[in-house]
Write a new protein. Sequence first.
Length: 352
Amino acid sequence: MLNSGQINCPVRSVIADKSRYNIRNTDEIDGVCHNLNSIVEEIISTEGLFAGGSARHAFLTFATPEYQWGVIAWLRSLRRVSDKPVFLLVSREMRVPADIKGVYRIIVPALYDDEAVFRRSEFQHVLSKLWIFALSTLDRIFFADADCIFLKSCDELFDRSGFLVCPDYVLSRKEDNNFNAGVMVFDPNEALRRRVFGNIAAVSSEDGGDQGYLNPILRDDVVFIDEKYNLLRHFHYFSNGSANDGIRIVHFIVKKPWVLQYTEITDAMLVDLDDTWTSFLSNDERSQLIAEWRRSIFHISERRRFETGGFPIPYDLERRLRARLRRLWIAALIETAALLILFGFVLSHFWR
C-alpha cells in the first residue's frame, strides 16, 4: 500500500443515511447535498480560507482507492502551478503526502444508477463524481479528473465566465462534438445542481458514465475552450505532437500511467507522456511504484504459469505462439469463406 506520509488534515465524512444513493432519487440526494455544503463551510471557517472576502475559487477532483497514485501526481503537479485550495472528494479515506498543503478530503457516499450499462469497467464508480455539482457554497469550481496532471497554470479560467469545457477530441476536433467531462470549470449553484440531478431520469448515458449524462443535459450551454486545457492522451498520438505547444493539462484516458500493463497498441507510442506523469512523483514515491510494478509482474507470471498447466512460457515465445494462432484462425476463416463462395457458385451453376 502507498505510504504517503502523515495525513495533513482531518478527513471529513458526509453524514448520510446510506452508503449508496440512486442518482435518480432527487429527494434523498437533496439532504446529502445540504450536509456536503455544511462540511465545506466548516472547513472554510476552520482553516480561514478565502480571507478578506476573496472569491471562493477552488480545485476539485473525485477519486476511488484505485486512483491513489493518480491523486498524488495530480496534487503535486497542481501545487507547482497554483496554491488555490483543493477539495478532494473520495469514496473512502485516502492518504495525501504531508508536504502538500491546502488539501481537504471529504468522504462522500456512492452514486449509482441501476439502469446504467457500463461500456468500460473503470466507469463503475464515476457517477459519484457528480457530487461536485452540490458545492453551491463555492463561487467557482475547477474540476479535473484524477488521471490528469497540470503542466502550467490554469488559474486564468477562474476569471472567465461560463461553463468551460473542451471537446472530446478523440472522436472529433469539431466543436459540435460532445464535450469531455474530465475538465470542467463552472459556477456551482442550486439551479445547476437541480438541472443535473433532475434530468438524469430523462436521459440515457451512452457509456454509463457521467459524461454520457452531462452531454445531453448541458451540451447547449457549455463554452468550448482550447484543447490545451484538456489534452486527451490519445489525441497527443494522433496529432503527431502538434498540440504540444502550450499544453496546460494532460488527461490520461484509458491506460493509466501508474498501471504497468498496456491495454492498446497506441500505449507503446505514448510512453513519453507516462514519463512526464512519473516525473511529478517524489523519489520515495517512484520507488514505491516500482515495487508495486515488480509485484504485479510476478502475479502476471504466476497467472500465466497456472493457465499453462504449471509450465512457465517465456513472454517472447508466448507472444509468437499467440501471433501464430491468430494467423491460423485468419487462414481458416479465409479458407472457409472461399469454400462457401465456391459452393454457392456450384449450386447456382447446377440449378440453371
